[in-house]
Design a protein around this ligand. Sequence first.
Ligand SMILES: *[C@@H]1O[C@H](CO)[C@@H](O)[C@H](O)[C@H]1NC(C)=O
Length: 191
Amino acid sequence: MRCEYLLFFLASSLFFGVISSSPVQRKLFGEIKSPNYPRPYPNNNVSNWDILVPKGYMVKLTFRLFDLEPSQSCFYDYVKITADKKNLGRYCGQVGSTTGNHPGIKEFVSKGNRMHLAFHSDFSNEDHGTVIPYKGFLAYYQAVDIDECASNNAAEEDERPLCQHFCHNYVSGYFCSCRHGYQLQSDKTAN
Ligand SMILES: *[C@@H]1O[C@H](CO)[C@@H](O)[C@H](O)[C@H]1NC(C)=O
């Protein structure tokens, strides 16, 4: 790793929060509830949540309660989770329901610092008298430190590792150091 880059990296983490001009709030944790929770969710509802945590962290999300109308392939009511442009699954159903796809205690983890939740309900949830209304969901998310050095140590031969010698992970970032007798240089080499 070059020295300029390291200094930039350290400086940007020192002033983190001050230079952040993003209008989206970056939080370290939070909860996401279906519309009207803990009361039954409304029909024909589409709701979206963008979870954004500070850079250098990834998002970990779990459901504390999940109770959506079960359907084959979660065709009707569902929660869809995406992160890093990847689909992490489409979920519906109740605890123990045979149809649907209940998330259970699954932990959803992003690689980057964003995750997206999309909720969709169709027209039939509150069919009073014949169907028990479903409660919806309650999810918690938290920011988890990314160990940048894990990828440094696992780098393929043709990939340039983040640090030439030693990589040190810290909360929300990392820094490089050199073997005894070497100095971190402004180019990519250690002398
Ligand atoms: C979904 O429900 C929420 C909470 O009741 C409401 O604010 C929102 O407008 C609804 N969206 C749609 C598309 O119905």
